[in-house]
Design a protein around this ligand. Structure first.
Ligand code: UDP
Length: 237
């Protein structure tokens, strides 16, 4: 399938993508690998990134163990700032110009989120990392990714996962599971296919932003998928 050319994309990475083989936290080698993927993909397009925080702290899981949900969610958002700084560091080590903008102002470590300034960074060829999710509890970084993709006028949201698309069943459990080449937003929502949370999918649907689900763990895949060659599933209207 030939995919349309995307000039400005938002890449969503879950916090777990930074963990490597570990069970928790940030693995420097893995982050370095991701940074080279991003550096290669960045070459002839504008790119922004939202990283999750699940490798460090997840609000809903902590709330289930007795934490106050709101405080726990703020802690989760702070975890995404740590991940964004780690990725920024790795990108800059590879000569990629970056800015981190945080939805929770944190002047000593990042810029505050200012839409027009973020757009200017993108135009100047910088990778913009959006940290601290939406800045609000009870949301996820998937929703933050959809929101920022809409605000930045992105052509697509690239969702990096550990499988190369959306399947009829979990390919790690069901041997005959088939990968969809394309799916509609409606189908993803009505069949409750759990690629992103429903709020994020609906935001992309309403703003006509295709979601490209691909395997970010496979080296070279992001650039391949961007070039329309790699394996992925595209969700669109
Ligand atoms: N979070 C939040 N509001 C947001 C984004 C994130 O409260 O707008 C919190 C929430 O507690 C979440 C945590 O940050 O569990 C980490 O984000 P997420 O679970 O989306 O990370 P991922 O699964 O992508 O690693």
């Amino acid at each position: 399938m030939t995919r349309p050319r995307f000039n400005r994309i938002l890449l969503k990475l879950s916090g777990e993508a930074l963990m490597g083989q570990g069970q928790f936290g940030i693995d420097p080698e893995t982050v370095k690998g991701l940074a080279s993927e991003i550096a290669a993909a960045k070459k002839d397009r504008e790119l922004c990134v939202v990283v999750g925080g699940g490798n460090i702290f997840r609000g809903i899981a902590a709330a289930a163990k007795g934490f106050d949900r709101t405080s726990a969610d703020y802690m989760g958002m702070l975890a995404t700032v740590m991940n964004s700084l780690a990725l920024q560091n790795a990108l800059e080590n590879q000569g990629v110009d970056t800015r981190v903008q945080s939805a929770i102002p944190m002047a000593a470590v990042s810029e505050p989120y200012i839409r027009r300034r973020a757009l200017r960074h993108l135009e100047k060829g910088r990778v913009v990392l959006f940290a601290a999710g939406t800045g609000n509890p009870y949301f996820t970084t998937d929703t933050a990714a959809a929101l920022r993709a809409a605000e930045m006028g992105c052509d697509a949201l690239f969702k990096g996962t550990s499988v190369d698309g959306i399947y009829t069943a979990d390919p790690k459990k069901v041997s005959g599971a088939k990968r969809y080449e394309q799916l509609s937003f409606h189908r993803v929502l009505s069949d409750d296919l759990k690629i992103m949370d429903a709020a994020a999918v609906a935001l992309c649907r309403d703003n006509n932003i295709p979601i490209v689900v691909f395997n970010v763990r496979q080296p070279g895949n992001l650039a391949q998928v961007l070039a329309g060659k790699g394996t992925a599933t595209i969700v669109q209207n």
